[in-house]
Design a protein around this ligand. Structure first.
Ligand code: ARG
Length: 460
């Protein structure tokens, strides 16, 4: 068996070694980026005169053919193809003969794999962003369509004060906007070409790292060859971004799960986006939301796993770094699927605004408004809090309607009873960023504007 290093070795590799070191089963997905990287490298070699134009064209033609063979599934892998880089180079050499043997000039798999993975991550993170934008679009649509509908806002999962449904939905939208920021930041930082760093130290050949960086569409070129082949910060950052995005999706999922229970009754699941039970005929289950919540564990695991792999690695390339790919691929796949599924779930669910309003109109949810009414009359808030608290306690202990107690209260009186009317409490949330109709209308406009900006930013 012919390996990339056969010259130095008398015998071939042990079967167990290959079984353990092989990465082809998963790094095949870098094939397109590997070919892109090789094209730029070959053009660079020709620019500096290491390859003739004819040789360059032969290798480029072979790369085109390999690309087609990979796409059609014609390319037959052999046992010595330990990774996608080896497989592509082997096939190019078979096709282009001696010119193919020049493809790897001045290049190592160390700078090659770092280049491939950066190209891959740059594109895939944009794909994640597109899905985040789609989910935000649904959140915005549903927020708009919610109008003045309101539901209880919670702290400690206890009813606290009513909030507009649009306000609640947009709270998740803003968290996703921060995720987009993080993805953009990670992409900006990873936009550096490592090609030309060689195995670790650069080259004695007159390579053209700036030229290949430009050819590949990278914004910058590496400054330090050791760092270029060792740096996997971009993978760790991407895994963090995806883990936190997963945490946000999980928090949204948890609420949708709660809302879909009979106990809450705020949300009805669409048949196509929910599952039944094999035994319990009445069940309609929020499996999408549960899996979104559950898979977040893997996303966090992928991040901590990679950080543990990177910790204490000496410069420069170590084979440990091959462990960067599976967590990245898994997190990208997981988050992409979760985003699409959650977008569908949210777009098709019925929001039961009547049930929400009934829950929010429990008289005690206006308790803060009663206290603030007293404050407006000059009473210190602490005293107002105590007055209203005592009324609530009496209402609960003695089973007397809070309205009657408020009407009879010397501090509050009949004019305060109106504060307990349906829908009044939420309308009194008037401050910027607050949960009432006026600030939410302004917020909807800001969110829509931000969404347009983000869409433009990610389309480029
Ligand atoms: N498959 C390897 C990886 O993913 C490619 C680099 C191998 N380099 C080496 N010196 N053995 O990291």
């Amino acid at each position: 068996m012919s390996t990339l290093w056969h010259g130095r070795f008398e015998g071939g590799p042990a079967e167990e070694l290959l079984a353990f070191t092989v990465s082809l089963p998963y790094d095949r997905r870098l094939a397109g980026d590997d070919i892109t990287g090789s094209r730029a490298h070959v053009r660079g070699l020709a620019r500096v005169g290491i390859l003739t134009e004819a040789e360059r064209d032969d290798v480029l033609e072979a790369l085109d053919r390999v690309e087609r063979e990979l796409e059609s599934g014609e390319l037959v892998f052999v046992a010595s193809d330990e990774d996608i880089h080896t497989a592509v180079e082997r096939r190019v050499t078979e096709l282009a003969g001696p010119a193919g043997g020049k493809l790897h000039t001045g290049r190592s798999r160390n700078d090659q794999v770092a280049t491939d993975l950066r190209l891959y991550a740059k594109r895939e993170l944009a794909g994640i962003a597109a899905r985040v934008l789609a989910l935000q679009g649904v959140l915005l649509d549903r927020a708009r369509e919610a109008g003045d509908a309101y539901l209880p806002g919670y702290t400690h999962l206890q009813r606290a004060q009513p909030v507009l449904l649009a306000h609640h939905l947009l709270a998740h939208g803003w968290a996703l906007a921060r995720d987009l920021d993080r993805l953009a930041d990670t992409r900006r930082r990873l936009d550096v070409s490592p090609l030309g760093a060689g195995a670790l130290a650069g080259s004695s050949l007159p390579l053209d790292p700036e030229g290949t960086a430009e050819d590949l569409g990278f914004a910058r070129v590496f400054d330090n060859s050791l760092d270029a082949v060792s740096d996997r910060d971009f993978v760790a950052e991407a895994l963090f971004d995806l883990a936190l995005l997963g945490v946000h999706l999980s928090r949204l999922a948890e609420e949708l799960i709660l809302w879909s229970t009979d106990e809450f009754g705020f949300l009805g699941l669409d048949d196509a986006w929910s599952t039944g039970s094999s035994m319990l005929p009445q069940k309609k289950n929020p499996d999408i939301a549960e899996l979104t919540r559950g898979k977040t564990g893997r996303l966090i695991g992928n991040l901590t796993g990679l950080l543990a792999t990177l910790k204490a690695l000496p410069l420069a390339y170590n084979r440990d770094l091959q462990e960067d790919k599976e967590p990245l691929f898994d997190s990208l796949d997981t988050v992409a699927l979760a985003l699409s599924a959650m977008t569908g779930l949210l777009a098709t669910s019925t929001l039961r605004t009547d049930v929400m309003a009934a829950a929010a109109d429990s008289p005690t949810s206006a308790a803060t408004d009663l206290a603030e009414h007293l404050v407006a009359g000059g009473l210190p808030f602490r005293e107002a809090h105590a007055v209203v608290g005592a009324l609530v306690r009496r209402s609960l202990d003695e089973g007397i309607a809070l309205r009657d107690l408020v009407a009879a209260s010397p501090e509050l009186g009949p004019e305060a009873v109106g504060l307990l009317d349906e829908g009044v409490a939420v309308s009194r949330r008037t401050t910027r960023g607050g949960a009432g109709p006026a600030p939410v209308a302004a917020q909807l406009a800001r969110f829509a504007e931000r969404l347009t900006e983000d869409r433009d930013r990610w389309e480029q």
